[in-house]
Design a protein around this ligand. Sequence first.
Ligand code: MRU
Length: 354
Amino acid sequence: MTEEIRTLEWLPDGGVRILDQTRLPGDEVYVECRDAEAVAEAIRNLRIRGAPALGVTAAMGLALGAQRLQASDATSFLRDLKGIADMLARTRPTARNLFWGLERILTVAEKHRDLSLPTLKERLAEEAVKMHEEDLACNRAMGEHGQRLIESGDTILTHCNTGALATVGYGTGLGVIRAAWERGKQIRVLVGETRPVLQGARLTAWELDRLGIPSCLITDSMAGDFMRRGEVQAVIVGADRIALNGDVANKIGTYTLAVLCRHHNLPFYVAAPFSTVDPALAAGTEIPIEERAPQEITSIAGISIAPRGFPAANPAFDVTPAELVTALITDQGVLYPPFAEAIQTLAGSSSATQ
Ligand code: MRU
């Protein structure tokens, strides 16, 4: 069995160890973050990315920041903790999980405010480690539910990176693909390169190569032609935020794939843990979309590919309307349209268990 990738880890001596994804696939290099600011830097600069991974990283960053707080009473401790959470929340706006992770640590801190401050700090570190463990279990559950939708002989097109690197381990969309492969299904994966940051070419291809799953890299613009030729049986992607009506924000290019699937009568599956659902948003139009630097578009690996100063747009995510989603593969099971009622019921019960 392939050894699980160690995307991020809590260091017992007070730190967060992150596999630097900006260096992959060339170098397997780890960064050790010793304060919350270093964790924020790692998130902002995509050393760690992918919605579920961001949820646990933000929680660990906050728990790490808590260890260093010098407050003398619970009120000032909670006020300073909120300040660190606000700083971490400003790193990236779209992935719901990042805010979910911060909220969970803040809720635990509030709930246990009567503990002594050293014990409370320990409790927060324990909670972050618990979230790390839960994410892995959640991805395996998603894999088990989702693999039933895949048949031997299928070629699956995926976008961005939804594997172990985008999570604590195993993956969401790629976890489903991996679960099908581990159960002996003879599948093949088409990996969309995912311009401009190339999460598909750099990260998903690296993971699939390690797992030994038959795969082929294509440019994003090839997707339609491969579908027309009958070379795709399903598309599986992840999600950064899901609204209560089932609209899905995910890596830019996802919406195009969903439209292509509808035209070619192919299933379009979204795999995500329930922490990706935003209980405050009724529809996808309300999801904040990150706009990244134009240089990501006008250059590749530091080499300019456009006229100097030429304007470029760079929204990092798009929103796919629920009507184009065949099924949502979650850790709680597979949901089919109409999604609103099932999402609201499950969102209510998962927030009640926190
Ligand atoms: O900008 P990124 O690399 O953080 O974007 C990641 C994605 O869009 C993923 O598809 C999404 O987070 C799901 S990851 C399991």
